[in-house]
Design a binder for this molecule. Structure first.
Ligand code: GN1
Ligand code: MG
Length: 362
């Protein structure tokens, strides 16, 4: 691997002696290595072209958004170093390089002395992370969404996700369908909920924003010493979207008492205290720019993003694990189960969740 990574770095004009290589295991889609070369660390990452067939468009989105963020931070006198990802160009000026085997690579500066969490236990860190994601939307509120490519069509179109699930059920490619009758029924019973945000968007009741669309807690880097958020990462899915997508996707991940793939469901709970901590930060970080209709849609976003993600895990199980990296045969099914459990618990606390959003919206 060392030889390969050195070859990739050379393509991005970075040479020297490799001192260390760490494989970063958090994402389900891309593979990431932290490589230290001649005293400086970089993230060297493959881009999964099955998931992102149009890499030019992905990189164009990322470069224009990071430039916008950097300018805004500089304008208000904040430093952008460690707060906005900095990507390197390959020799041909592109933001990626394709090797002989057809693998697509990119390189960006590693953010020093930072870490990310898969499970959030500290409520203050959750509030701070919420603030960082809310502020991310605010910083992008004057970015023209028409400049962005839709890198994955219908990414958070939950109605379309449901249609994909039905198509996968018909194909039953893995032959696993008979194992998941109860799960399929669970999702079908919630079809009206799945359509709710898509319908409101179609009726223009909710504004399109520039959203991150993958606001997992581990997509925020936190300073190891101060424990304060530094930088929002994983910018591949930045596209026009609803603010409730970012809020909901964050909540489905960070208000879980356990990991997204915890096989023991007795450990999986929706945590109201974590929900409240993140909500406080997110709404505060957006600093009054959400409309009343958006605020009203936030709790729907939580249930719908959890439902959607669960349906995608279930579909991938039925498809035979083509999309999400799976470490063992039931991995995607375990992931689907955690999302189902969270949906049920959120449904039971819907009104209470609404009250909490209202409290911080004042
Ligand atoms: C994928 O690769 P990662 O972990 O950042 C997925 C998200 C899902 C998430 C579930 C491009 O994100 O949409 O919510 O897994 N990203 C893509 O953990 O499909
Ligand atoms: Mg991602």
């Amino acid at each position: 691997m060392e030889k390969k990574l050195a070859q990739v770095l050379t393509q991005f004009g970075i040479r020297g002696t490799i001192q260390s290589i760490h494989y970063i295991r958090t994402g389900h889609i891309n593979q990431t290595y932290e490589v230290t070369i001649s005293g400086k660390s970089y993230c060297v990452q493959t881009i999964n072209t099955y998931v992102f067939p149009n890499v030019d468009q992905v990189m164009e989105n990322i470069l224009s958004v990071t430039e916008h963020l950097r300018n805004k931070l500089n304008l208000r006198g904040d430093e952008s170093y460690r707060h906005v990802l900095r990507f390197h160009s390959a020799r041909d000026g592109k933001g990626y390089w394709i090797d002989d085997a057809g693998k697509c690579w990119r390189v960006y500066d590693f953010v020093d002395n930072a870490m990310s969490y898969n499970i959030a236990d500290d409520l203050q860190i959750l509030t701070d992370a919420g603030q960082a994601f809310g502020n991310f939307q605010k910083l992008l509120s004057d970015f023209d969404g028409n400049r962005l490519h839709e890198t994955i069509l219908n990414f958070h179109n939950t109605s379309q996700r449901y249609a994909n699930l039905e198509a996968g059920i018909k194909r039953n490619e893995s032959g696993r369908l008979s194992n998941v009758t109860r799960e399929v029924e669970f999702f079908r019973a919630r079809t009206d909920t799945a359509n709710y945000l898509v319908d409101r968007l179609a009726r223009k009741e909710l504004p399109l924003r520039v959203t991150h669309n993958d606001t997992k807690f581990n997509n925020i880097l936190i300073d190891k010493d101060t424990k304060k958020p530094l930088c929002v990462i994983d910018l591949d899915t930045i596209m026009p979207g609803l603010s409730a997508y970012d809020f909901g996707d964050a909540i489905r991940f960070c208000a879980n008492s356990a990991a997204e793939d915890e096989p023991d469901l007795s450990k999986v709970h929706f945590c109201m205290d974590k929900f409240e901590a993140f909500t406080k930060g997110f709404i505060g970080g957006a600093d009054g720019f959400f409309t009343d209709a958006e605020l009203d849609s936030m709790v729907w976003g939580c249930i719908i993003m959890t439902l959607e993600c669960g349906s995608r895990f279930l579909l991938d199980y039925i498809d035979g694990d083509k999309y999400f990296h799976a470490d063992y045969p039931e991995h995607n099914l375990d992931r689907a189960h955690t999302q189902m459990k969270l949906v049920e618990e959120m449904e039971a606390r819907f009104d209470e969740m609404h009250q909490i959003v209202k409290k911080y919206a004042k």
